[in-house]
Design a protein around this ligand. Sequence first.
Ligand code: PEP
Ligand code: MN
Length: 357
Amino acid sequence: MAEICTSPVTTQQEVGQRFNVLGIGSGRPVIIAGPCSVESEAQIRAAARAVKEAGATALRGGAFKPRTSPRSFQGLGEEGLRLLAEAGQEVGLPVVTEVMDTADIDLVSRYADVLQIGSRNMQNFALLKQVGRTGKQILLKRGLAATIAEWLGAAEYITASGNDQVVLCERGIRTFETYTRNTLDLSGAVAARSLSGLPVIVDPSHAAGRRELIPALSKAALAAGVDGLMIEVHPEPAAALSDAEQQLDFPDFQSLMADLGLLPECQLVSLERCRAEIDRTDEQLLRLLTHRLRVAERVGELKRQSGMETVQPDRERALLERLAAMAPSPLGSGDVHAVWHAIIALSRQVQIPSQGD
Ligand code: PEP
Ligand code: MN
Protein backbone atom coordinates (compact mmCIF):
# COMPACT_ATOMS: atom_id res chain seq x y z
CA MET A 1 0.00 0.00 0.00
CA ALA A 2 1.22 3.52 -0.78
CA GLU A 3 2.46 5.57 2.12
CA ILE A 4 -0.32 7.57 3.66
CA CYS A 5 0.54 10.96 4.98
CA THR A 6 -2.55 13.04 5.49
CA SER A 7 -2.15 14.90 8.78
CA PRO A 8 -3.68 12.62 11.40
CA VAL A 9 -6.19 14.05 13.79
CA THR A 10 -5.13 13.41 17.35
CA THR A 11 -7.74 14.59 19.83
CA GLN A 12 -11.51 14.89 19.80
CA GLN A 13 -11.12 18.59 20.51
CA GLU A 14 -8.88 19.03 17.51
CA VAL A 15 -11.38 17.16 15.34
CA GLY A 16 -14.14 19.44 16.66
CA GLN A 17 -12.22 22.56 15.74
CA ARG A 18 -11.14 21.36 12.35
CA PHE A 19 -14.52 20.03 11.27
CA ASN A 20 -16.78 22.53 13.02
CA VAL A 21 -19.05 23.11 10.00
CA LEU A 22 -20.32 19.54 10.03
CA GLY A 23 -20.00 19.15 13.79
CA ILE A 24 -17.67 16.15 13.49
CA GLY A 25 -16.05 15.37 16.83
CA SER A 26 -19.10 16.48 18.84
CA GLY A 27 -19.65 12.89 19.93
CA ARG A 28 -22.86 12.64 17.91
CA PRO A 29 -22.77 11.13 14.41
CA VAL A 30 -23.05 13.60 11.55
CA ILE A 31 -26.16 12.96 9.50
CA ILE A 32 -26.19 14.57 6.07
CA ALA A 33 -29.61 14.06 4.52
CA GLY A 34 -31.63 15.40 1.62
CA PRO A 35 -32.59 14.58 -1.92
CA CYS A 36 -30.30 13.21 -4.57
CA SER A 37 -31.01 16.28 -6.72
CA VAL A 38 -32.51 19.66 -5.98
CA GLU A 39 -35.62 19.61 -8.18
CA SER A 40 -37.74 22.57 -7.13
CA GLU A 41 -38.13 25.12 -4.36
CA ALA A 42 -41.04 23.22 -2.80
CA GLN A 43 -39.15 19.91 -2.89
CA ILE A 44 -35.94 21.14 -1.28
CA ARG A 45 -37.73 23.27 1.33
CA ALA A 46 -39.92 20.34 2.36
CA ALA A 47 -36.89 18.05 2.52
CA ALA A 48 -34.92 20.58 4.56
CA ARG A 49 -37.71 20.90 7.12
CA ALA A 50 -38.25 17.15 7.35
CA VAL A 51 -34.60 16.19 7.76
CA LYS A 52 -33.98 18.97 10.27
CA GLU A 53 -36.99 17.87 12.32
CA ALA A 54 -35.73 14.30 12.32
CA GLY A 55 -32.32 15.38 13.66
CA ALA A 56 -30.12 15.65 10.54
CA THR A 57 -27.08 17.87 10.97
CA ALA A 58 -26.61 18.93 7.34
CA LEU A 59 -28.70 19.20 4.19
CA ARG A 60 -27.59 17.66 0.91
CA GLY A 61 -28.87 18.12 -2.63
CA GLY A 62 -27.20 17.93 -6.02
CA ALA A 63 -27.31 20.88 -8.41
CA PHE A 64 -24.67 19.55 -10.80
CA LYS A 65 -25.38 15.86 -11.26
CA PRO A 66 -22.93 13.30 -12.63
CA ARG A 67 -25.39 11.16 -14.62
CA THR A 68 -24.48 8.06 -16.57
CA SER A 69 -26.56 9.20 -19.54
CA PRO A 70 -26.47 12.74 -20.95
CA ARG A 71 -30.20 12.36 -21.54
CA SER A 72 -30.90 12.06 -17.80
CA PHE A 73 -31.72 15.04 -15.56
CA GLN A 74 -28.46 16.97 -15.11
CA GLY A 75 -29.48 19.17 -12.17
CA LEU A 76 -30.69 22.76 -11.94
CA GLY A 77 -27.20 24.30 -11.86
CA GLU A 78 -26.92 27.69 -10.15
CA GLU A 79 -30.67 27.85 -9.54
CA GLY A 80 -30.39 24.55 -7.63
CA LEU A 81 -27.50 25.91 -5.57
CA ARG A 82 -29.51 28.98 -4.63
CA LEU A 83 -32.56 26.93 -3.64
CA LEU A 84 -30.40 24.56 -1.60
CA ALA A 85 -28.61 27.38 0.24
CA GLU A 86 -31.91 29.15 0.99
CA ALA A 87 -33.54 25.96 2.25
CA GLY A 88 -30.54 25.24 4.47
CA GLN A 89 -30.58 28.75 5.85
CA GLU A 90 -34.30 28.60 6.55
CA VAL A 91 -33.90 25.57 8.83
CA GLY A 92 -30.42 26.36 10.09
CA LEU A 93 -28.51 23.50 8.45
CA PRO A 94 -25.17 23.72 6.60
CA VAL A 95 -25.42 22.52 3.01
CA VAL A 96 -23.36 19.93 1.13
CA THR A 97 -23.36 19.76 -2.66
CA GLU A 98 -21.22 18.34 -5.42
CA VAL A 99 -18.81 20.29 -7.57
CA MET A 100 -17.93 18.48 -10.80
CA ASP A 101 -15.78 20.93 -12.66
CA THR A 102 -12.91 23.28 -11.78
CA ALA A 103 -14.78 26.00 -13.67
CA ASP A 104 -17.65 25.80 -11.14
CA ILE A 105 -15.64 25.86 -7.91
CA ASP A 106 -16.10 29.59 -7.21
CA LEU A 107 -19.78 29.43 -8.02
CA VAL A 108 -20.49 26.36 -5.86
CA SER A 109 -18.35 27.79 -3.03
CA ARG A 110 -20.56 30.87 -2.89
CA TYR A 111 -23.54 28.71 -1.92
CA ALA A 112 -22.18 25.57 -0.26
CA ASP A 113 -20.75 25.06 3.21
CA VAL A 114 -19.17 21.76 2.22
CA LEU A 115 -17.99 20.83 -1.28
CA GLN A 116 -18.57 17.25 -2.33
CA ILE A 117 -16.23 15.52 -4.74
CA GLY A 118 -18.27 12.75 -6.30
CA SER A 119 -17.20 9.20 -6.85
CA ARG A 120 -16.63 9.66 -10.54
CA ASN A 121 -14.28 12.58 -9.91
CA MET A 122 -12.24 11.06 -7.10
CA GLN A 123 -9.12 11.07 -9.25
CA ASN A 124 -9.77 14.33 -11.06
CA PHE A 125 -6.50 15.73 -9.78
CA ALA A 126 -7.00 19.26 -11.11
CA LEU A 127 -10.33 19.40 -9.26
CA LEU A 128 -8.80 18.00 -6.06
CA LYS A 129 -5.97 20.52 -6.05
CA GLN A 130 -8.28 23.44 -6.68
CA VAL A 131 -10.91 22.53 -4.08
CA GLY A 132 -7.99 22.19 -1.68
CA ARG A 133 -7.37 25.89 -2.10
CA THR A 134 -10.91 27.00 -1.23
CA GLY A 135 -10.56 26.54 2.52
CA LYS A 136 -13.99 24.85 2.50
CA GLN A 137 -14.64 21.52 4.12
CA ILE A 138 -14.42 18.80 1.47
CA LEU A 139 -16.42 15.59 1.37
CA LEU A 140 -14.40 13.16 -0.72
CA LYS A 141 -16.37 10.20 -1.97
CA ARG A 142 -14.55 7.00 -2.73
CA GLY A 143 -14.36 6.15 -6.40
CA LEU A 144 -16.51 3.17 -7.29
CA ALA A 145 -13.45 1.21 -8.38
CA ALA A 146 -10.86 2.85 -6.14
CA THR A 147 -8.65 1.01 -3.68
CA ILE A 148 -8.20 2.42 -0.19
CA ALA A 149 -4.71 3.61 -1.14
CA GLU A 150 -6.06 5.44 -4.20
CA TRP A 151 -8.79 7.02 -2.10
CA LEU A 152 -6.31 8.23 0.51
CA GLY A 153 -3.96 9.38 -2.23
CA ALA A 154 -6.81 11.54 -3.57
CA ALA A 155 -7.37 12.96 -0.07
CA GLU A 156 -3.70 13.80 0.07
CA TYR A 157 -3.99 15.92 -3.09
CA ILE A 158 -6.46 18.08 -1.16
CA THR A 159 -4.51 18.22 2.08
CA ALA A 160 -1.29 18.92 0.17
CA SER A 161 -2.99 21.99 -1.31
CA GLY A 162 -3.33 23.39 2.20
CA ASN A 163 -6.73 22.10 3.26
CA ASP A 164 -6.82 19.53 6.04
CA GLN A 165 -10.61 19.57 6.39
CA VAL A 166 -11.26 16.45 4.37
CA VAL A 167 -14.07 14.07 5.28
CA LEU A 168 -13.96 10.71 3.50
CA CYS A 169 -17.18 9.08 2.33
CA GLU A 170 -17.52 5.37 1.58
CA ARG A 171 -20.39 4.98 -0.88
CA GLY A 172 -20.04 1.44 -2.13
CA ILE A 173 -17.64 -0.07 -4.61
CA ARG A 174 -18.42 -2.01 -7.76
CA THR A 175 -18.23 -5.77 -7.39
CA PHE A 176 -19.66 -8.71 -9.36
CA GLU A 177 -22.93 -8.32 -7.45
CA THR A 178 -25.79 -6.78 -9.38
CA TYR A 179 -28.70 -7.12 -6.93
CA THR A 180 -27.37 -4.11 -5.06
CA ARG A 181 -26.18 -1.04 -6.94
CA ASN A 182 -22.72 -1.34 -5.38
CA THR A 183 -21.25 -3.17 -2.39
CA LEU A 184 -20.82 -1.23 0.84
CA ASP A 185 -17.22 -1.71 1.92
CA LEU A 186 -17.39 -1.24 5.67
CA SER A 187 -13.96 -2.71 6.18
CA GLY A 188 -12.62 -0.10 3.75
CA ALA A 189 -14.35 2.67 5.70
CA VAL A 190 -12.93 1.50 9.02
CA ALA A 191 -9.46 0.95 7.58
CA ALA A 192 -9.41 4.34 5.82
CA ARG A 193 -10.37 6.02 9.08
CA SER A 194 -7.57 4.48 11.08
CA LEU A 195 -4.95 4.75 8.33
CA SER A 196 -5.55 8.43 7.62
CA GLY A 197 -6.87 9.81 10.92
CA LEU A 198 -9.51 11.59 8.83
CA PRO A 199 -13.22 11.37 9.65
CA VAL A 200 -15.15 8.88 7.55
CA ILE A 201 -18.86 8.82 6.84
CA VAL A 202 -20.87 6.16 5.04
CA ASP A 203 -23.42 6.71 2.29
CA PRO A 204 -25.67 3.62 2.34
CA SER A 205 -28.00 5.08 -0.32
CA HIS A 206 -25.56 4.94 -3.25
CA ALA A 207 -24.01 1.74 -1.91
CA ALA A 208 -27.26 -0.23 -1.78
CA GLY A 209 -29.33 1.50 -4.44
CA ARG A 210 -32.36 0.01 -2.65
CA ARG A 211 -34.19 1.92 0.07
CA GLU A 212 -35.15 -1.16 2.10
CA LEU A 213 -31.48 -1.92 2.83
CA ILE A 214 -30.65 1.53 4.17
CA PRO A 215 -31.68 1.11 7.83
CA ALA A 216 -29.58 -2.03 8.34
CA LEU A 217 -26.54 -0.58 6.57
CA SER A 218 -26.82 2.66 8.55
CA LYS A 219 -26.87 0.78 11.84
CA ALA A 220 -23.96 -1.41 10.79
CA ALA A 221 -21.89 1.62 9.78
CA LEU A 222 -22.45 3.46 13.04
CA ALA A 223 -21.78 0.29 15.03
CA ALA A 224 -18.48 0.02 13.15
CA GLY A 225 -17.53 3.43 14.55
CA VAL A 226 -17.69 5.74 11.54
CA ASP A 227 -18.35 9.45 12.09
CA GLY A 228 -21.66 9.74 10.32
CA LEU A 229 -23.94 8.94 7.42
CA MET A 230 -25.14 10.52 4.21
CA ILE A 231 -28.68 9.46 3.34
CA GLU A 232 -30.87 10.43 0.41
CA VAL A 233 -34.33 11.63 1.45
CA HIS A 234 -37.08 12.87 -0.89
CA PRO A 235 -40.67 14.02 -0.28
CA GLU A 236 -41.92 11.58 -2.92
CA PRO A 237 -39.14 9.11 -3.80
CA ALA A 238 -41.04 7.36 -6.58
CA ALA A 239 -41.33 10.66 -8.47
CA ALA A 240 -37.67 11.65 -7.97
CA LEU A 241 -35.79 12.83 -11.07
CA SER A 242 -32.73 10.80 -10.04
CA ASP A 243 -32.09 7.77 -7.82
CA ALA A 244 -35.79 7.09 -7.21
CA GLU A 245 -35.19 3.55 -5.90
CA GLN A 246 -32.85 4.47 -3.09
CA GLN A 247 -34.34 7.58 -1.50
CA LEU A 248 -36.23 7.36 1.79
CA ASP A 249 -39.50 9.20 2.28
CA PHE A 250 -39.93 11.44 5.33
CA PRO A 251 -41.63 8.91 7.66
CA ASP A 252 -39.01 6.25 6.87
CA PHE A 253 -36.17 8.69 7.52
CA GLN A 254 -37.82 9.73 10.74
CA SER A 255 -38.14 6.13 11.97
CA LEU A 256 -34.56 5.40 10.99
CA MET A 257 -33.39 8.38 13.04
CA ALA A 258 -35.52 7.18 15.95
CA ASP A 259 -34.02 3.69 15.60
CA LEU A 260 -30.55 5.18 15.65
CA GLY A 261 -31.49 7.09 18.81
CA LEU A 262 -30.91 10.37 16.98
CA LEU A 263 -34.42 11.82 16.89
CA PRO A 264 -34.33 15.12 18.79
CA GLU A 265 -36.30 15.08 22.03
CA CYS A 266 -38.19 18.18 20.92
CA GLN A 267 -39.71 16.01 18.18
CA LEU A 268 -41.52 13.85 20.69
CA VAL A 269 -44.66 15.88 20.19
CA SER A 270 -47.39 13.29 19.79
CA LEU A 271 -48.45 10.53 22.15
CA GLU A 272 -47.92 8.05 19.32
CA ARG A 273 -44.33 9.15 18.74
CA CYS A 274 -43.54 9.11 22.45
CA ARG A 275 -44.96 5.62 22.83
CA ALA A 276 -42.90 4.36 19.89
CA GLU A 277 -39.81 5.84 21.54
CA ILE A 278 -40.70 4.21 24.88
CA ASP A 279 -41.20 0.84 23.18
CA ARG A 280 -37.86 1.14 21.41
CA THR A 281 -36.12 2.10 24.65
CA ASP A 282 -37.73 -0.78 26.57
CA GLU A 283 -36.54 -3.22 23.93
CA GLN A 284 -33.02 -1.88 24.31
CA LEU A 285 -33.27 -2.16 28.12
CA LEU A 286 -34.43 -5.74 27.81
CA ARG A 287 -31.53 -6.63 25.54
CA LEU A 288 -29.05 -4.97 27.89
CA LEU A 289 -30.54 -6.64 30.95
CA THR A 290 -30.35 -10.07 29.33
CA HIS A 291 -26.74 -9.41 28.42
CA ARG A 292 -25.99 -8.35 32.01
CA LEU A 293 -27.52 -11.53 33.38
CA ARG A 294 -25.55 -13.71 30.99
CA VAL A 295 -22.34 -12.03 32.11
CA ALA A 296 -23.40 -12.48 35.76
CA GLU A 297 -23.96 -16.16 35.11
CA ARG A 298 -20.42 -16.45 33.79
CA VAL A 299 -19.12 -14.52 36.81
CA GLY A 300 -20.85 -17.12 39.01
CA GLU A 301 -19.02 -19.94 37.21
CA LEU A 302 -15.67 -18.19 37.53
CA LYS A 303 -16.26 -17.53 41.22
CA ARG A 304 -17.08 -21.19 41.80
CA GLN A 305 -14.00 -22.32 39.89
CA SER A 306 -11.78 -20.18 42.07
CA GLY A 307 -13.61 -21.06 45.28
CA MET A 308 -14.95 -17.54 45.89
CA GLU A 309 -18.19 -16.64 47.69
CA THR A 310 -21.06 -15.96 45.24
CA VAL A 311 -22.29 -12.89 47.09
CA GLN A 312 -19.69 -10.19 47.51
CA PRO A 313 -21.28 -7.31 49.45
CA ASP A 314 -18.25 -5.00 49.04
CA ARG A 315 -18.32 -5.30 45.28
CA GLU A 316 -22.10 -4.72 45.22
CA ARG A 317 -21.79 -1.66 47.44
CA ALA A 318 -18.99 -0.18 45.31
CA LEU A 319 -20.98 -0.79 42.13
CA LEU A 320 -24.08 0.90 43.56
CA GLU A 321 -22.13 3.88 44.83
CA ARG A 322 -20.39 4.40 41.52
CA LEU A 323 -23.69 4.39 39.61
CA ALA A 324 -25.51 6.53 42.19
CA ALA A 325 -22.78 9.17 41.86
CA MET A 326 -23.26 9.17 38.07
CA ALA A 327 -27.08 9.43 38.19
CA PRO A 328 -28.13 12.06 35.64
CA SER A 329 -31.38 14.02 36.15
CA PRO A 330 -34.24 13.08 36.39
CA LEU A 331 -32.76 10.04 38.15
CA GLY A 332 -31.68 10.61 41.74
CA SER A 333 -29.22 8.41 43.61
CA GLY A 334 -32.16 6.85 45.53
CA ASP A 335 -33.76 5.84 42.20
CA VAL A 336 -30.51 4.28 41.04
CA HIS A 337 -30.30 2.32 44.30
CA ALA A 338 -33.89 1.10 43.93
CA VAL A 339 -33.47 -0.06 40.31
CA TRP A 340 -30.07 -1.67 40.81
CA HIS A 341 -31.12 -3.49 43.95
CA ALA A 342 -33.58 -5.34 41.74
CA ILE A 343 -30.96 -5.93 39.04
CA ILE A 344 -28.40 -7.18 41.55
CA ALA A 345 -30.98 -9.50 43.11
CA LEU A 346 -31.58 -11.02 39.65
CA SER A 347 -27.87 -11.33 39.05
CA ARG A 348 -27.42 -13.17 42.37
CA GLN A 349 -30.20 -15.52 41.38
CA VAL A 350 -28.52 -16.52 38.11
CA GLN A 351 -25.18 -16.95 39.86
CA ILE A 352 -26.50 -19.49 42.29
CA PRO A 353 -26.40 -22.92 40.63
CA SER A 354 -29.79 -24.55 40.30
CA GLN A 355 -30.54 -27.79 42.22
CA GLY A 356 -28.61 -30.76 40.91
CA ASP A 357 -25.80 -28.55 39.49
C1 PEP B 1 -24.33 11.95 -4.91
O1 PEP B 1 -24.04 11.86 -3.70
O2 PEP B 1 -25.19 12.71 -5.32
C2 PEP B 1 -23.65 11.11 -5.88
C3 PEP B 1 -23.78 11.31 -7.19
O3 PEP B 1 -22.94 10.14 -5.32
P1 PEP B 1 -21.68 9.31 -5.90
O4 PEP B 1 -20.70 10.32 -6.39
O5 PEP B 1 -21.23 8.57 -4.68
O6 PEP B 1 -22.23 8.41 -6.95
MN1 MN C 1 -28.02 10.10 -5.81
